[in-house]
Design a protein around this ligand. Sequence first.
Ligand code: UDP
Length: 501
Amino acid sequence: MAGLHFLLVPLVAQGHIIPMVDLARLLAGRGARVTVVTTPVNAARNRAVVESARRAGLDVEIAEIAFPGPGHGLPEGLENMDLLTEREHFQPFFQAAWSMDAPLEEYVRSLPRRPDCLIADSCNPWTAEVCARHGIPRLVLHCPSTYFLLAMHSLSKHGVHERVADELETFEVPDFPVPAVANKATFRGFFQWPGAEGFQRDVAEAEATADGLLFNTFRDIEGVFIDRYAAALGRKTWAIGPTCASGGLDADSRASRGNRPDVDASLFVSWLDARPPSSVLYISFGSLAHLPAKQVIELGRGLEASERPFVWAIKEANSNADVQAWLAEGFEERVKDRGLLVRGWAPQVTILSHPAVGGFLTHCGWNAALEAIAHGVPVLTWPNFSDQFSSERLLVDVLDVGVRSGVQVPAMFLPKEAEGVQVTSVGVGKAVAELMDEGPKGTARRARAKDLAAKAKAAMEEGGSSYADLTDMIHHVTVLGGKKGHEVDTTSARAMPSILH
Ligand code: UDP
């Protein structure tokens, strides 16, 4: 182990950078030297956490490489998916991300010694050829759940998406360990929009040629999905999460995980300190999802009528004029004795780890799901797109730690007259009451959530399954290092002989 140097290359999106930086701290905690390679805007967002880890004695650093956005017609500084506001920037954004191979290669060439391993986000297949050219072993980190990965694998293997014409037509996910009736609108893989076929192909190829796969999950919540996915691919895999339970951050850097918060985190903690245990609902839709204005307003009315304390991370307060106009009518004043708003980036883990928080209304991003699990907080599920509907099913149907809000489809599939509203204020009120219920059902749900949190902690500690998987992965890299030195390929990743299988 001593002396291993890892390069970690996250996708430039919050839900991917944050767990990668956690992984950097985990590897450095085992004695490795770790460099997170990312672009200037993302480096600035994550520097506080990395500096805090360095102060704690970990050998972790950030290296900056340019984001080739301007070369693809994007404004300077648009380096993270959460900064994408124009639809027409979407495709160029990924084209720019795909061109990061040149600055990465330049960085690798500048290093005095070849790194022992590069861990790339599964959405960064452009790292494969750089690794092949320099003989660097390459692992892939998957950021969604293995429930989602296995479901997408089965749907693709059985050609279900091709067979089913209508977005809302239901089908059973084949070869799946639990019953799952789904539709295309809610069970859609990454890079499945028209024009993204090339991206999708590259992602699949880079997964197939990697020296192993890492999952941010743990056996107690996803054992069956982890095993079935690993068996389906016939690959070496490790479940090393939940990375959010890696600990070791001081209060300030924990509040800055992923970005500097748009509020004073210590004021929020004092506010929470004054509330009874498990009484507060935290509401967040992650870094990407924006609700339609009418839906935000219905949610606000439901929260107001619920008469429960809440903290609401409301991004739309910065971006949506109708929401701003509604807020200006006095919402905050009316709920000031029991509601706090975050207009922008919330210190999410600081909030979720506070004992006063007893429920999390979440969009079911996989990191949010893991953070709820790791902190023992039951969830009110409100998925928007991508893997979020899968995570809802895992949380509610498999793990039994959640209540559904009633959202059925991504907002774009709603009829126009619905104006984006899927959950009325009355529906919000009912769901919040069910989640925060102090009767036998709510109490049992809370106990299950606490039990999972204990299991998550145990998985990450010495003797736990994720700890053991990380140890095995490090050993694997050590072995690979010895072999790879002899097989530097100067042509292409595809010609790289697999030494694992
Ligand atoms: N996050 C945060 N503050 C916010 C919004 C998000 O700290 O105001 C963090 C959250 O804790 C999680 C990540 O950003 O670690 C978002 O990832 P997730 O998979 O939950 O959702 P996505 O943003 O990718 O939809």
